[in-house]
Design a binder for this molecule. Sequence first.
Ligand code: GAL
Length: 471
Amino acid sequence: MGETAGSRAVSLNSHPAARTFSGTRCSVSLVLWSLVGCILMVHFYSLIPQKDKGEIRIGSSHLSVTRELEEVEEENLYLPPPRGKRSPRAVKRRGPRKPYSVVDEFLDESSELHALFFPDRKSAIDPNKRGKDSMYYYPGRLWLDTEGNPIQAHGGGILFDWRTETYYWYGENKDGPTYQAHRRAAARIDIIGVSCYSSKDLWEWTNEGIVLSGEGTNATHDLHVSNVLERPKVIYNDKSGQYVMWMHIDDANYTKASAGVAVSDSPTGPFTYLYSMRPHDFESRDMTIFKDDDGKAYLIYSSEDNSELHIGPLTDDYLNVTRVMRRILVGRHREAPALFKYEGTYYMITSGCTGWAPNRALAHAAESIMGPWETMGNPCVGGNKIFRSTTFFAQSTFVVPLPGLPGSFIFMADRWKPAELRDSRYVWLPLTVGGVADEPLEYNFGFPLWSRVSIYWHRRWRFPEEWQRTT
Ligand code: GAL
């Protein structure tokens, strides 16, 4: 760059008009151009990824190592012709049918499209078969643990435990038969419990067993098999030295709408169930917890018939909520919150409320975790329009920061299969924060204040090799 600036300075000087300038003017402009050159060189150098003591530091997530994750990958979706017409008698009995949508097709077990989104075991991700597929994520494929069994950790979340330098993935074990408690109820499985898997690299997972089990005999217990246990999340309390689990506790009709708490001295359990509550005396359904850098933790839950979210700090021991609570995204009907933080700003991905059926995700951001929260639009990039409007046929559950890659995260989502819930799949995709938002924001008079959150569709992807070598 310096050379370019220098040669431009020379050509300026050789211009007939420039030749009339005095020698002093000439050298002033030369000095000025050299200065510009130096500044540009320093600027470009600061953008080049630096390798220092085995750690990758990058100036911006949009450069170098993360570039391959941010490639926009398109998908052509084969849409089968619409289903055959109903008989006039059926129309008379049940009224005209709603047009059959792609989501209906996706949920319909007999459709070709369904099979495409739930490929069979032949294509499973198998850590025992290393080779060319090693370390690759294939969103939607069956994912096996180290013993060769499909991972059962739905609606889950990940804890990185600094003490054991291990990742723990907690989630719903749904490995039971799917049924409906009554004709109009949502598809369900009986509570089996919370599974835990451990990993050093976020790809090869070892089953640590069920760390909190359903209750078989006492019908009044929150964890009685006939109830609902969803979206378990675990954080570590530095003061008490305990691992604290929060989860959604409900009855089969989702009228109990409570949050449950369990604790353990070890990340692999067993967890002791303490109680459930209606936080701040409000309904609580889909929920998550978030531990901030200062050790303060928060509960975020869908409330008031899922029409709004509530957020409030937990007590110092993380075993309860305090009296402080703010209503956020009021009237927006959002659920499945997944919260994360980057460069002092809080971000959240949520879904709409359509039960097991997928819908459009939204990204939100806030300067203060207690709000106000602003909505930034749909973070999904690539695939095609239908993929983007269904969160790649999945629903948010958690966002994992990638250590050493600032601004890069894994977006974890569930591809639910209400016809057979145990066969629901995981959709893990790279999420980055960077650049300015490209959709109009809510309260900012059209001026983009927040960095854009992007979740990139990939049929197959893995962490940049450079990153893998340093972890
Ligand atoms: C979804 C929710 C899931 C589960 C499901 C039941 O809206 O996110 O966790 O509760 O409804 O239909």
